[in-house]
Design a protein around this ligand. Structure first.
Ligand SMILES: Nc1ncnc2c1ncn2[C@@H]1O[C@H](COP(=O)(O)OP(=O)(O)O)[C@@H](O)[C@H]1O
Ligand SMILES: [Mg+2]
Length: 346
């Protein structure tokens, strides 16, 4: 079948090293797809089709077809509406919190890819290959360099992208998933600083990234990803993901302590020291759910009114606690229901 009878090119999306990507309309239905036409190494596009066909995940474009037209291999896949992470960072300059939030999603995706059976080593992590969709999700494109891993994989000299590839990728050595971990570290530095490591001096702005981190655990995590010795990094993205979640958790606990401190100050203005202590101790020790709710509510809301609402909320919790004990209902149920009503209606 002649592909030009089936698809109509709408526009060129990109002209990359290995291929050109077009937005194409499937004539029969009018539906849009992405069409990648090989201009470089033919093996890469075949490899890409094979990998796309093997993975079924919403964060990877689904494969439609792998065709041949006028001596060229052509890959047809889901069209991802959105922008590349490169454009996103340059245009939106996310703050550290936004960058880490996005990085968590990216790390989750690579953790999924690394821990499949067989696992996949992507080998070309960089912001041009990650897309942010219009509904703020992430998608990974460009499987050209990816390999299915049965323990280890051999990277030919020059694989990966300069500035992002781990040092061992350039030395014709055997690599494993920790090479992706290195590139994830570089990616995070780019997301935190906006400084592009694919430009001279081809190195991540580690200093800038470290300065943007809000706790020691995050700083340690970046340095560990970027170790030149692969055995000193997280062995794959799952290890990195756990470290990232731990680091976020540490921050969260700190913010809860700050919330309690603010409430203490506020209540002290019109209650005795004993009363303040009583309210704080009772709520802190008896309501395990409280810190979580408070933290969600507190984010970005440091005004006096919010502190007042939180203080009142604590008193309400104590009251519902007493009521629930009195009527013999399970305390936690009443408490979480009350808080839920308060927050969902806000
Ligand atoms: N499925 C897709 N939907 C939308 N845009 C895409 C898609 N695949 C690739 N692109 C765009 O085309 C660019 C180049 O594609 P990529 O597969 O990375 O090619 P190359 O191998 O040349 O790097 C990407 O950076 C992205 O902007
Ligand atoms: Mg690419």
């Amino acid at each position: 079948m002649d592909i030009s009878d089936e698809y109509e090119i709408v526009e060129k999306i990109s002209e990359g090293g290995e291929g050109e990507v077009f937005l194409a309309r499937y004539i029969r239905t009018g539906r849009m797809f992405a069409m990648k036409v090989q201009t470089g190494d033919i093996r890469n596009l075949k490899n890409e089709a094979k990998i796309l066909g093997a993975i079924n995940d919403r964060r990877i474009p689904y494969l439609i077809d792998f065709a041949h037209y006028e001596d060229k291999d052509i890959l047809i896949m889901e069209y991802v509406k959105g922008m590349t992470l490169k454009q996103y960072v340059e245009e939106n300059k996310p703050d550290a919190e936004g960058a880490f939030k996005l990085f968590l999603k990216i790390t989750e995706l690579f953790s999924f890819l690394h821990s499949g059976s067989p696992g996949m080593i992507y080998r070309d992590i960089k912001p041009e290959n990650i897309m942010i969709t219009d509904d703020s999700d992430i998608k990974l494109v460009d499987m050209g360099a990816a390999v299915m891993s049965y323990g280890d994989a051999f990277v030919e000299s020059g694989a990966g992208s300069r500035g992002y590839a781990a040092p061992e990728c350039m030395n014709e050595k055997r690599i494993d998933a920790s090479a992706d971990v290195y590139s994830l570290g570089v990616l995070l530095c780019f997301m935190l600083t906006g400084n592009d490591p694919s430009k001279p001096p081809f190195a991540p702005d580690v200093e800038g990234a470290i300065a943007a981190c809000t706790n020691e655990a995050k700083r340690h995590m970046i340095k560990k990803c970027l170790s030149t010795d692969p055995s000193k990094r997280y062995s794959d993205a799952s290890g990195l993901l756990s470290a990232l979640k731990d680091a976020e958790n540490k921050e969260y606990r700190k913010s809860v302590a700050e919330i309690f401190e603010d409430i203490r100050t506020f209540l002290s203005a019109f209650l005795s020291v004993d009363a303040v202590m009583f309210i704080l101790e009772q709520t802190e020790s008896r309501v395990s759910l409280l810190p979580e709710y408070l933290s969600v509510f507190y984010k970005g809301n440091t005004g006096k009114t919010h502190i007042l609402i939180l203080a009142l909320l604590m008193i309400l919790i104590l009251m519902s606690d007493a009521v629930s004990e009195h009527i013999g209902e399970r305390r936690n149920f009443i408490i979480s229901r009350d808080i839920n009503i308060l927050f969902t209606e806000k």
